[in-house]
Design a binder for this molecule. Structure first.
Ligand code: COA
Length: 397
């Protein structure tokens, strides 16, 4: 228990070391789980949108504005300041504490509105739009994805470009929902791609900092069950699934590629699975699919020794189907996919299911085994220290 408490404490402390004062790196668990926050509806969406807009600012808004942003963020997500004032020599934390404490008893809802207004005015000062508007009801059910169905293709675009499309807990849930929907909609193919210059930077490492009441063990348990379901939704997806890899791919976004039916990549894409570097182990059935597709030693170079592959290397090992020049990538790939999407849908789906059927049970077994191993890894000192190092490196920037 003492170990759990120490870890919980250390993780929370760690968050305060994150780069000052970018609120996206401050804790959000309380915000997401507090019953009061769930009742706030559209305002929560506006707040999330304002948070992402903050990371698009090109100019440093200055210390006064940064302290104000910090104070409003803390008040919005945690309510009035109740911690003790930092010591005289701890200048930065003392200034931050003063700013937050200065908010007094301003209600969280008002603080969120002020936060949105302030970010809006800073964005406007740089020539952007001042308004942070909530999505009209029904316009999209997703906060982290752009999902469209056009030309018989359902496209699931990861949409957190400021965070290189790192996958948060919310995003895992939304991707499963989008896959579930795509499996029964009128589309012939489903396509994954990323917004911005990255395809995806893998699991969002802040997921590890959101420690529930039950401590790190409970976090590992919940994370494991989420991952199991997430991978299951790829194994069981009934239609052809295509990845349009528009930039670098890391972690789980690479491992699941072994469960896709086609992987088209731009020449500037890279493929990296730095699991041992992070004290973790393989997922996405890659401990089975990678050795099968590329041979034991090449799979070990990636999954054990963190070798980052270029698009051309990934193609020669069978992980990528075809590589395209960056200048013609989108046009060539989409022209081809639109033609494929005209093929008879039942024939495509049934053929895909036939190919998958011979190993579907094996894939579920592999998924289960990988998840069990990861649940243990996530509570290990090796993983804890590696995640700490990531955030400490950010804090030093
Ligand atoms: N988890 C959490 N945050 C992430 C992230 C991840 N997996 N990947 C990127 N980010 C965040 C960065 O912390 C940064 O946030 P900030 O603007 O608040 O500081 C923002 O996204 C942009 O990333 P940055 O590191 O500035 O871009 P880069 O081009 O220099 O590097 C990566 C991109 C992906 C190489 C680097 O962010 C990285 O190594 N991320 C971790 C990848 C990882 O280990 N994934 C898990 C694999 S199991």
């Amino acid at each position: 228990m003492a170990r759990v408490a120490l870890r919980t404490f250390a993780f929370r402390r760690l968050l305060h070391l994150s780069r000052f004062p970018r609120p996206s790196s401050f804790p959000t668990l309380k915000f997401h789980t507090a019953a009061s926050a769930l009742r706030m509806g559209a305002s929560v969406e506006q707040f999330e949108e304002a948070k992402s807009r903050l990371s698009t600012l090109k100019n440093d808004p200055g210390n006064e504005a940064k302290l104000k942003i910090y104070a409003l963020f803390k008040q919005s997500t945690m309510g009035p300041c109740t911690t003790g004032r930092p010591g005289m020599l701890d200048f930065i934390n003392r200034a931050k504490w003063d700013a937050w404490n200065g908010m007094g008893n301003v209600p969280q809802e008002d603080a969120r509105q002020q936060y949105c207004d302030l970010i809006g005015s800073l964005v406007a000062a740089e020539g952007g739009s001042a308004s942070v508007t909530a999505k009209p009801a029904g316009s999209s059910q997703y906060n982290t994805l752009l999902v469209t169905t056009e030309d018989n293709i359902t496209t699931i675009k990861l949409n957190r470009p400021a965070k290189k499309n790192a996958i948060t807990t919310e995003m895992y849930t939304e991707i499963m929902a989008a896959l579930g929907h795509a499996s029964t909609d009128s589309s012939v193919l489903a396509v994954f791609t990323g917004a911005g210059d990255f395809y995806c930077s893998g699991n969002d490492l802040t997921n590890f900092t959101k420690i529930p009441e039950g401590g790190v063990e409970e976090m590992a348990q919940q994370g494991g069950e989420l991952l199991r379901k997430y991978i299951k939704s790829y194994i069981d997806f009934p239609k052809p699934l295509v990845a349009v890899v528009n930039g670098p791919a890391v972690g789980v976004s690479v491992t699941v590629l072994g469960l896709f039916d086609l992987v088209y990549a731009t020449e500037k894409a890279t493929f990296h699975t730095p699991f041992s570097q992070l004290g973790q182990s393989a997922e996405g059935c890659s401990s089975y699919t990678f050795p099968k597709m590329m041979g034991h030693a090449k799979a070990c170079e990636m999954l054990l020794f963190n070798k980052k592959l270029s698009a051309a290397q990934a193609c020669s090992l069978g992980l990528v189907t075809e590589v395209f020049p960056e200048s013609t990538f989108q046009t060539e790939v989409w022209t081809r996919l639109k033609a494929y999407a005209q093929l008879p849908p039942n024939s495509l789906a049934l053929s895909k299911q036939l190919i998958r059927s011979s190993e579907v049970e094996r894939l579920h077994e592999v998924n289960d085994a990988e998840v069990e191993r990861l649940k243990e890894r996530w509570t290990s000192d090796e993983c804890f220290n590696a995640v700490m190092s990531f955030f400490q490196a950010k804090a030093k920037l």
